[in-house]
Design a protein around this ligand. Sequence first.
Ligand SMILES: Nc1ncnc2c1ncn2[C@@H]1O[C@H](COP(=O)(O)OP(=O)(O)O)[C@@H](O)[C@H]1O
Ligand SMILES: [Mg+2]
Length: 341
Amino acid sequence: MSDQSYLSLEKLTLAYGDTVAVADLDLDIRRGELIALLGPSGCGKTTTMRAIAGLLPVKSGRVRLDGADITHVSPNKRAVGLVFQSYALFPHLSVYENVAFGLRLKGMRGADLDARVQQGITSVGLSNFANRRPAELSGGQQQRVALARSMVMEPKVLLLDEPLSNLDARLRLEMRTELQRVQKETGVTMIFVTHDQAEALALADRIVVMKRGAIEQIGSPQDIYNRPQSSFVADFVGFENVFALEGGKLKANGHLYDLQGDVPSVAGLAWRPRMVALGEGPFRGTVRGTSFAGDRREYLLDTPLGPIKAEDDASAPVHELGTELAFDLPARKAAPLASFA
Ligand SMILES: Nc1ncnc2c1ncn2[C@@H]1O[C@H](COP(=O)(O)OP(=O)(O)O)[C@@H](O)[C@H]1O
Ligand SMILES: [Mg+2]
Protein backbone atom coordinates (compact mmCIF):
# COMPACT_ATOMS: atom_id res chain seq x y z
CA MET A 1 0.00 0.00 0.00
CA SER A 2 1.36 3.44 -0.91
CA ASP A 3 1.32 6.33 1.60
CA GLN A 4 -1.17 8.27 -0.46
CA SER A 5 -3.64 5.46 -0.72
CA TYR A 6 -7.10 6.02 0.80
CA LEU A 7 -8.78 2.89 -0.51
CA SER A 8 -6.56 -0.12 -1.17
CA LEU A 9 -7.41 -3.45 -2.66
CA GLU A 10 -4.59 -5.85 -1.89
CA LYS A 11 -4.29 -9.17 -3.71
CA LEU A 12 -8.06 -9.31 -3.78
CA THR A 13 -9.48 -12.62 -5.00
CA LEU A 14 -13.22 -13.02 -5.39
CA ALA A 15 -15.17 -16.11 -6.36
CA TYR A 16 -18.65 -17.49 -6.86
CA GLY A 17 -18.35 -21.01 -5.50
CA ASP A 18 -15.30 -22.46 -7.23
CA THR A 19 -15.39 -19.95 -10.08
CA VAL A 20 -12.84 -17.21 -9.59
CA ALA A 21 -14.24 -13.93 -10.96
CA VAL A 22 -11.44 -11.60 -9.82
CA ALA A 23 -7.88 -12.78 -9.14
CA ASP A 24 -5.09 -11.12 -7.14
CA LEU A 25 -6.25 -7.60 -7.84
CA ASP A 26 -4.12 -4.74 -6.49
CA LEU A 27 -5.42 -1.18 -6.65
CA ASP A 28 -4.58 2.00 -4.70
CA ILE A 29 -7.00 4.91 -4.86
CA ARG A 30 -6.28 8.37 -3.47
CA ARG A 31 -8.69 10.40 -1.40
CA GLY A 32 -11.00 12.49 -3.58
CA GLU A 33 -10.16 10.62 -6.77
CA LEU A 34 -12.75 9.79 -9.38
CA ILE A 35 -11.84 6.38 -10.74
CA ALA A 36 -13.52 4.76 -13.72
CA LEU A 37 -13.54 0.98 -13.84
CA LEU A 38 -13.75 0.18 -17.54
CA GLY A 39 -14.08 -3.16 -19.27
CA PRO A 40 -16.33 -5.46 -21.28
CA SER A 41 -19.28 -7.27 -19.78
CA GLY A 42 -18.25 -10.08 -17.44
CA CYS A 43 -14.72 -8.81 -16.67
CA GLY A 44 -15.45 -8.48 -12.94
CA LYS A 45 -16.41 -4.84 -12.42
CA THR A 46 -19.61 -5.46 -10.44
CA THR A 47 -17.96 -8.25 -8.47
CA THR A 48 -15.18 -5.85 -7.40
CA MET A 49 -17.75 -3.19 -6.39
CA ARG A 50 -19.74 -5.71 -4.36
CA ALA A 51 -16.62 -6.73 -2.46
CA ILE A 52 -15.72 -3.11 -1.65
CA ALA A 53 -19.28 -2.56 -0.42
CA GLY A 54 -19.10 -5.72 1.69
CA LEU A 55 -21.86 -7.50 -0.20
CA LEU A 56 -19.62 -10.34 -1.34
CA PRO A 57 -17.28 -12.22 0.98
CA VAL A 58 -13.60 -11.90 0.08
CA LYS A 59 -11.93 -15.20 -0.77
CA SER A 60 -8.44 -13.87 -0.11
CA GLY A 61 -6.69 -10.52 0.10
CA ARG A 62 -7.65 -7.29 1.85
CA VAL A 63 -9.69 -4.13 1.53
CA ARG A 64 -8.38 -1.09 3.43
CA LEU A 65 -10.20 2.20 3.73
CA ASP A 66 -8.91 5.33 5.45
CA GLY A 67 -6.33 3.41 7.44
CA ALA A 68 -8.65 0.61 8.61
CA ASP A 69 -8.87 -2.98 7.43
CA ILE A 70 -12.52 -3.36 6.42
CA THR A 71 -12.20 -6.73 4.68
CA HIS A 72 -14.63 -8.36 7.09
CA VAL A 73 -16.60 -5.32 8.30
CA SER A 74 -20.34 -5.55 7.64
CA PRO A 75 -21.75 -3.41 4.78
CA ASN A 76 -23.63 -0.93 7.00
CA LYS A 77 -20.53 -0.23 9.09
CA ARG A 78 -18.01 0.54 6.35
CA ALA A 79 -19.11 4.00 5.14
CA VAL A 80 -19.31 2.89 1.53
CA GLY A 81 -22.23 4.09 -0.60
CA LEU A 82 -23.48 2.17 -3.59
CA VAL A 83 -25.63 3.39 -6.47
CA PHE A 84 -26.78 0.73 -8.92
CA GLN A 85 -28.06 0.80 -12.45
CA SER A 86 -31.56 0.05 -11.15
CA TYR A 87 -31.79 2.61 -8.42
CA ALA A 88 -34.57 0.92 -6.40
CA LEU A 89 -36.20 3.95 -4.80
CA PHE A 90 -39.08 3.35 -2.41
CA PRO A 91 -42.12 3.91 -4.67
CA HIS A 92 -44.51 4.87 -1.86
CA LEU A 93 -42.18 7.49 -0.36
CA SER A 94 -41.63 11.07 -1.52
CA VAL A 95 -38.26 12.28 -2.78
CA TYR A 96 -37.72 13.86 0.62
CA GLU A 97 -38.49 10.64 2.50
CA ASN A 98 -36.39 8.53 0.14
CA VAL A 99 -33.40 10.76 0.84
CA ALA A 100 -34.16 10.87 4.59
CA PHE A 101 -34.56 7.11 4.92
CA GLY A 102 -30.98 6.09 5.66
CA LEU A 103 -30.42 9.05 7.98
CA ARG A 104 -33.51 8.14 10.03
CA LEU A 105 -32.22 4.58 10.32
CA LYS A 106 -29.05 6.04 11.79
CA GLY A 107 -31.18 7.87 14.36
CA MET A 108 -31.03 11.38 12.94
CA ARG A 109 -34.10 13.51 13.67
CA GLY A 110 -35.47 17.07 13.67
CA ALA A 111 -33.60 20.09 12.35
CA ASP A 112 -30.36 18.16 11.72
CA LEU A 113 -32.19 15.67 9.58
CA ASP A 114 -34.11 18.34 7.71
CA ALA A 115 -30.99 20.39 6.98
CA ARG A 116 -29.08 17.39 5.66
CA VAL A 117 -31.96 16.20 3.46
CA GLN A 118 -32.61 19.69 2.05
CA GLN A 119 -28.95 20.09 1.24
CA GLY A 120 -28.83 16.68 -0.45
CA ILE A 121 -31.89 17.39 -2.56
CA THR A 122 -30.64 20.86 -3.50
CA SER A 123 -27.20 19.57 -4.47
CA VAL A 124 -28.75 17.43 -7.21
CA GLY A 125 -31.11 20.20 -8.35
CA LEU A 126 -34.35 18.68 -7.10
CA SER A 127 -35.49 21.20 -4.46
CA ASN A 128 -38.75 21.78 -6.32
CA PHE A 129 -39.53 18.07 -6.41
CA ALA A 130 -39.20 17.15 -2.72
CA ASN A 131 -42.82 16.05 -2.37
CA ARG A 132 -43.08 13.98 -5.52
CA ARG A 133 -43.08 10.21 -5.63
CA PRO A 134 -40.56 8.36 -7.85
CA ALA A 135 -43.28 7.49 -10.40
CA GLU A 136 -43.81 11.24 -10.95
CA LEU A 137 -40.16 11.75 -11.93
CA SER A 138 -38.19 11.15 -15.13
CA GLY A 139 -35.48 8.49 -15.21
CA GLY A 140 -32.80 11.14 -14.87
CA GLN A 141 -34.53 12.70 -11.87
CA GLN A 142 -34.88 9.30 -10.21
CA GLN A 143 -31.18 8.77 -10.76
CA ARG A 144 -30.52 12.10 -8.99
CA VAL A 145 -32.61 10.98 -6.02
CA ALA A 146 -30.55 7.79 -5.82
CA LEU A 147 -27.38 9.88 -5.88
CA ALA A 148 -28.67 12.29 -3.19
CA ARG A 149 -29.78 9.36 -1.04
CA SER A 150 -26.24 7.97 -1.06
CA MET A 151 -24.48 11.33 -0.73
CA VAL A 152 -26.37 12.42 2.44
CA MET A 153 -24.90 9.41 4.23
CA GLU A 154 -21.50 11.08 3.70
CA PRO A 155 -19.78 7.91 2.55
CA LYS A 156 -16.01 7.72 2.49
CA VAL A 157 -16.29 6.08 -0.90
CA LEU A 158 -19.19 6.21 -3.31
CA LEU A 159 -19.49 3.33 -5.77
CA LEU A 160 -21.57 3.79 -8.91
CA ASP A 161 -22.23 0.68 -10.97
CA GLU A 162 -23.22 1.68 -14.53
CA PRO A 163 -25.59 4.30 -13.08
CA LEU A 164 -26.22 6.00 -16.41
CA SER A 165 -26.80 3.01 -18.66
CA ASN A 166 -30.61 3.19 -18.35
CA LEU A 167 -30.73 6.80 -19.52
CA ASP A 168 -31.00 8.07 -23.08
CA ALA A 169 -27.94 9.65 -24.71
CA ARG A 170 -28.76 13.26 -23.89
CA LEU A 171 -29.65 12.64 -20.27
CA ARG A 172 -26.56 10.53 -19.89
CA LEU A 173 -24.42 13.46 -20.95
CA GLU A 174 -26.24 15.75 -18.54
CA MET A 175 -25.92 13.32 -15.61
CA ARG A 176 -22.26 12.79 -16.40
CA THR A 177 -21.60 16.50 -15.93
CA GLU A 178 -23.78 16.50 -12.82
CA LEU A 179 -21.87 13.61 -11.28
CA GLN A 180 -18.57 15.28 -11.96
CA ARG A 181 -19.80 18.52 -10.37
CA VAL A 182 -21.15 16.80 -7.23
CA GLN A 183 -17.93 14.83 -6.92
CA LYS A 184 -15.69 17.91 -7.22
CA GLU A 185 -17.89 19.96 -4.85
CA THR A 186 -18.04 17.34 -2.12
CA GLY A 187 -14.61 15.82 -2.70
CA VAL A 188 -16.03 12.34 -2.20
CA THR A 189 -13.86 9.48 -3.45
CA MET A 190 -15.76 7.85 -6.25
CA ILE A 191 -15.48 4.65 -8.27
CA PHE A 192 -17.56 4.70 -11.38
CA VAL A 193 -18.16 1.48 -13.32
CA THR A 194 -18.79 1.60 -17.04
CA HIS A 195 -18.31 -0.42 -20.22
CA ASP A 196 -18.47 2.82 -22.23
CA GLN A 197 -15.00 4.19 -22.98
CA ALA A 198 -16.32 7.68 -23.82
CA GLU A 199 -17.94 7.91 -20.39
CA ALA A 200 -14.74 6.83 -18.66
CA LEU A 201 -12.61 9.26 -20.68
CA ALA A 202 -14.95 12.17 -19.96
CA LEU A 203 -15.34 11.61 -16.22
CA ALA A 204 -12.36 10.00 -14.63
CA ASP A 205 -9.17 11.26 -13.01
CA ARG A 206 -7.79 7.78 -13.67
CA ILE A 207 -9.12 4.84 -15.62
CA VAL A 208 -8.67 1.23 -14.58
CA VAL A 209 -9.14 -1.09 -17.56
CA MET A 210 -10.13 -4.63 -16.57
CA LYS A 211 -9.99 -7.84 -18.56
CA ARG A 212 -11.11 -11.26 -17.33
CA GLY A 213 -10.93 -10.51 -13.62
CA ALA A 214 -7.60 -8.66 -13.71
CA ILE A 215 -6.32 -5.14 -14.27
CA GLU A 216 -4.96 -4.67 -17.77
CA GLN A 217 -3.87 -1.01 -17.51
CA ILE A 218 -4.22 1.96 -15.15
CA GLY A 219 -3.71 5.51 -16.36
CA SER A 220 -5.05 8.99 -16.95
CA PRO A 221 -7.71 9.31 -19.66
CA GLN A 222 -4.96 10.72 -21.93
CA ASP A 223 -2.73 7.70 -21.23
CA ILE A 224 -5.44 5.19 -21.92
CA TYR A 225 -6.63 6.96 -25.04
CA ASN A 226 -3.24 7.72 -26.56
CA ARG A 227 -0.90 5.16 -25.05
CA PRO A 228 -2.65 1.81 -24.69
CA GLN A 229 -0.09 -0.76 -23.50
CA SER A 230 -1.72 -3.92 -24.81
CA SER A 231 -3.62 -5.08 -27.87
CA PHE A 232 -6.70 -5.51 -25.68
CA VAL A 233 -6.74 -1.90 -24.45
CA ALA A 234 -5.85 -0.57 -27.90
CA ASP A 235 -8.77 -2.37 -29.44
CA PHE A 236 -11.09 -1.30 -26.61
CA VAL A 237 -10.33 2.41 -27.04
CA GLY A 238 -10.72 2.49 -30.81
CA PHE A 239 -7.39 1.51 -32.35
CA GLU A 240 -9.18 -0.74 -34.79
CA ASN A 241 -6.07 -1.87 -36.66
CA VAL A 242 -3.97 -3.89 -34.21
CA PHE A 243 -1.02 -6.05 -35.32
CA ALA A 244 1.75 -8.07 -33.74
CA LEU A 245 5.38 -7.38 -34.65
CA GLU A 246 8.06 -9.98 -35.29
CA GLY A 247 11.68 -8.99 -35.88
CA GLY A 248 10.65 -5.42 -36.71
CA LYS A 249 8.10 -6.61 -39.28
CA LEU A 250 4.35 -6.54 -39.11
CA LYS A 251 2.80 -9.98 -38.72
CA ALA A 252 -0.56 -10.57 -40.38
CA ASN A 253 -2.27 -13.69 -41.73
CA GLY A 254 0.88 -15.70 -41.09
CA HIS A 255 3.08 -13.42 -43.24
CA LEU A 256 5.59 -10.72 -42.35
CA TYR A 257 5.42 -7.27 -43.92
CA ASP A 258 7.97 -4.45 -43.98
CA LEU A 259 6.88 -1.15 -42.52
CA GLN A 260 8.17 2.23 -43.59
CA GLY A 261 10.07 4.32 -41.04
CA ASP A 262 11.65 3.35 -37.74
CA VAL A 263 9.88 0.44 -36.10
CA PRO A 264 10.19 0.34 -32.29
CA SER A 265 11.06 -3.00 -30.69
CA VAL A 266 7.73 -3.76 -29.06
CA ALA A 267 5.20 -6.60 -29.19
CA GLY A 268 2.77 -4.86 -31.50
CA LEU A 269 1.55 -1.67 -33.14
CA ALA A 270 -1.94 -0.20 -33.37
CA TRP A 271 -3.47 2.45 -35.60
CA ARG A 272 -6.74 4.34 -35.27
CA PRO A 273 -8.63 4.51 -38.58
CA ARG A 274 -7.59 8.14 -39.02
CA MET A 275 -3.90 7.18 -38.66
CA VAL A 276 -4.05 5.04 -41.79
CA ALA A 277 -2.72 7.04 -44.77
CA LEU A 278 -5.02 6.54 -47.75
CA GLY A 279 -3.97 6.97 -51.39
CA GLU A 280 -0.25 6.26 -51.08
CA GLY A 281 2.04 3.70 -49.52
CA PRO A 282 3.35 0.16 -49.97
CA PHE A 283 0.06 -1.67 -49.25
CA ARG A 284 -2.93 -2.29 -51.51
CA GLY A 285 -6.55 -2.76 -50.53
CA THR A 286 -10.01 -2.87 -52.08
CA VAL A 287 -12.84 -0.73 -50.73
CA ARG A 288 -15.34 -3.20 -49.24
CA GLY A 289 -17.48 -0.72 -47.35
CA THR A 290 -17.82 3.01 -46.85
CA SER A 291 -20.04 5.14 -44.66
CA PHE A 292 -20.57 8.83 -44.11
CA ALA A 293 -19.93 9.89 -40.48
CA GLY A 294 -20.57 13.62 -40.53
CA ASP A 295 -17.17 15.28 -40.57
CA ARG A 296 -15.45 12.19 -41.96
CA ARG A 297 -15.97 9.14 -44.14
CA GLU A 298 -15.14 5.66 -42.91
CA TYR A 299 -13.71 2.93 -45.13
CA LEU A 300 -13.38 -0.79 -44.73
CA LEU A 301 -10.60 -2.18 -46.93
CA ASP A 302 -9.99 -5.80 -47.90
CA THR A 303 -6.22 -6.26 -47.83
CA PRO A 304 -3.62 -9.04 -47.69
CA LEU A 305 -3.15 -8.00 -44.03
CA GLY A 306 -6.82 -8.66 -43.31
CA PRO A 307 -9.55 -6.02 -42.99
CA ILE A 308 -8.27 -2.46 -42.45
CA LYS A 309 -10.40 0.38 -41.11
CA ALA A 310 -9.50 3.81 -42.45
CA GLU A 311 -10.95 7.32 -42.44
CA ASP A 312 -10.81 10.36 -44.64
CA ASP A 313 -12.16 13.91 -44.32
CA ALA A 314 -15.75 14.06 -45.52
CA SER A 315 -14.68 16.81 -47.93
CA ALA A 316 -12.14 14.53 -49.69
CA PRO A 317 -13.15 12.75 -52.92
CA VAL A 318 -15.10 9.55 -52.22
CA HIS A 319 -13.46 6.19 -53.00
CA GLU A 320 -16.26 4.07 -54.41
CA LEU A 321 -16.91 0.44 -53.50
CA GLY A 322 -14.59 -1.93 -55.36
CA THR A 323 -11.87 0.70 -55.91
CA GLU A 324 -8.31 -0.49 -55.38
CA LEU A 325 -6.35 1.90 -53.19
CA ALA A 326 -2.79 2.26 -51.98
CA PHE A 327 -2.37 2.86 -48.27
CA ASP A 328 0.27 3.08 -45.58
CA LEU A 329 0.45 2.13 -41.92
CA PRO A 330 3.02 4.73 -40.78
CA ALA A 331 5.09 3.31 -37.91
CA ARG A 332 5.67 6.76 -36.40
CA LYS A 333 1.92 7.29 -35.91
CA ALA A 334 1.18 3.92 -34.34
CA ALA A 335 0.69 3.26 -30.63
CA PRO A 336 3.49 0.91 -29.50
CA LEU A 337 2.12 -2.07 -27.56
CA ALA A 338 4.16 -3.69 -24.82
CA SER A 339 2.00 -6.78 -24.85
CA PHE A 340 0.06 -8.58 -27.52
CA ALA A 341 -2.53 -11.14 -26.44
N1 LIG B 1 -23.99 -14.49 -8.85
C1 LIG B 1 -23.07 -15.03 -9.63
N2 LIG B 1 -22.86 -16.38 -9.64
C2 LIG B 1 -21.93 -16.94 -10.44
N3 LIG B 1 -21.13 -16.26 -11.27
C3 LIG B 1 -21.28 -14.93 -11.33
C4 LIG B 1 -22.27 -14.24 -10.52
N4 LIG B 1 -22.18 -12.93 -10.79
C5 LIG B 1 -21.21 -12.78 -11.71
N5 LIG B 1 -20.67 -13.98 -12.04
C6 LIG B 1 -19.57 -14.21 -12.99
O1 LIG B 1 -18.42 -13.49 -12.57
C7 LIG B 1 -17.78 -12.85 -13.67
C8 LIG B 1 -17.73 -11.34 -13.45
O2 LIG B 1 -19.04 -10.81 -13.45
P1 LIG B 1 -19.37 -9.29 -13.15
O3 LIG B 1 -18.53 -8.84 -12.01
O4 LIG B 1 -20.84 -9.16 -12.99
O5 LIG B 1 -18.89 -8.59 -14.50
P2 LIG B 1 -19.12 -7.10 -15.03
O6 LIG B 1 -19.79 -6.29 -13.96
O7 LIG B 1 -17.76 -6.60 -15.38
O8 LIG B 1 -19.98 -7.24 -16.25
C9 LIG B 1 -18.57 -13.25 -14.91
O9 LIG B 1 -17.91 -14.34 -15.50
C10 LIG B 1 -19.91 -13.67 -14.37
O10 LIG B 1 -20.51 -14.63 -15.18
MG1 LIG C 1 -21.66 -5.30 -13.99
